[in-house]
Design a protein around this ligand. Structure first.
Ligand SMILES: C[S@@+](CC[C@H](N)C(=O)[O-])C[C@H]1O[C@@H](n2cnc3c(N)ncnc32)[C@H](O)[C@@H]1O
Ligand code: SF4
Ligand code: SF4
Length: 331
């Protein structure tokens, strides 16, 4: 049937730290409230009910929210009647073994560094994922974004990952984002299984001193060693181990530091780089966009290409730079 909807309404589920949510539009720390179902009672069934209602409304031409009309994910097309989950976001915990000055989760963590692995205080996800599998609600080609928080600090991460990796007749793709401080062999295992899988490691520095300034822990060398480890593990898809640099105003925003980061990545044998800018403060403190971020972002892109790396980027960053503002909240 042809109607306007989006892949998240039709096939998405996002386990966020405080609620399970339909709308997956990247919008800093906020999402459309009506779709945030708190982790209480049978929240999974509630989620299914709310989503079914949203799909029925889309069929009648009623999108869930006025923000949907300008959302790049909204599209009119023939949607199939199979509502299995294909876009699954797992970010239901916030714990981390470092404290990045730019972390989107800062309003929740308040910079607290966690030393031991923990589960989310709100929900244990393993039973929910088991239920989804039992109900045959996960599409065989589903894509999981596992970000967090820091996945190596989530106690139930290995159990969830092992369960997903052992499913027969399924080939799941993963976007796995880690700070790289702790090595996790399951990431390498996931990389082998599906060409869509990426391991993204935000280094954000080209030196130990700068790393400490950004992350508040002295683990630069561990991160470099772990990147080497992942690259060595990778028999296939080596180019899917991605090193990232987020330009943070007044901290690592210098050509010199970017050059050092590029040089280090070259020495490590990294193939793909991701340039980025700090964008959540644009939500927390609108109007603080710094022009140097835009100039340096373009410098970084040029250098990445000039040095023969592959590159991935977020499309919306050029838009932010062009407008010198960042408004991704859903009004
Ligand atoms: C919240 S982090 C969690 C995953 C993991 N701990 C990490 O840092 O890679 C998810 C991704 O968002 C990025 N990120 C976090 N805060 C950001 C911000 N304020 N601006 C731009 N990117 C940000 C991180 O670099 C990371 O790639
Ligand atoms: S805002 Fe975009 S992603 Fe969110 S529900 Fe609407 S169309 Fe989908
Ligand atoms: S490593 Fe990730 S989760 Fe941890 S503080 Fe940095 S951005 Fe946040």
């Amino acid at each position: 049937m042809r109607y306007k909807s989006c892949k998240y309404i039709q096939h998405g589920i996002a386990f966020r730290h405080d609620a399970v949510s339909i709308c997956n539009k990247l919008c800093g720390t906020k999402r459309y409230e009506k779709f945030n179902i708190p982790y209480e009672g049978d929240f999974y069934q509630k989620y299914i009910d709310v989503r079914n209602e949203a799909i029925e409304n889309c069929k009648k031409g009623i999108l869930p929210h006025e923000g949907c009309f300008s959302c790049p994910y909204a599209e009119e097309k023939d949607w199939d009647e199979d509502y299995k989950f294909k876009e699954i976001e797992i970010t239901h915990w916030v714990h981390c073994n470092c404290f990045c000055c730019y972390c989107a989760m800062l309003p929740v963590t308040e910079g607290k560094i966690t030393k031991s692995k923990q589960n989310s205080p709100y929900v244990e996800l393993l039973p929910v994922i088991k239920r989804m599998l039992k109900d045959n609600m996960i599409a065989p080609d589903a894509f999981f974004s596992i970000t967090g928080g820091e996945l190596t600090m989530l106690k139930e991460f290995p159990a969830i990952m092992k369960l997903l990796l052992k499913q027969k007749n399924a080939n799941y793709g993963f976007c796995l984002q880690t700070n790289g401080i702790i090595y996790e062999k399951l990431l390498s295992k996931a990389l082998e299984r599906d060409r869509r899988t990426t391991i993204v490691i935000s280094i954000d520095a080209g030196s130990r001193e700068m790393f400490k300034k950004i992350k508040h822990v002295d683990k630069y060398n561990d991160v470099l060693n772990n990147i080497k480890h992942y690259l060595k593990d990778a028999k296939v898809n080596k180019d899917h181990i991605i090193a990232k640099y987020i330009i943070v105003p007044n901290i690592n925003d210098s050509e010199e530091e970017i050059d050092k980061w590029i040089e280090t990545c070259k020495e490590l044998g990294v193939i793909t780089l991701q340039p980025s800018i700090e964008f959540c403060s644009q939500v927390v403190n609108p109007g603080t966009f710094k022009q140097s971020q835009g100039e340096l972002y373009r410098y970084m892109k040029e250098q990445i290409i000039a040095n023969g790396f592959k590159m991935i980027t977020y499309d919306f960053l050029e838009e932010i730079i062009k407008n010198e503002s960042f408004d991704i909240t859903l009004k």
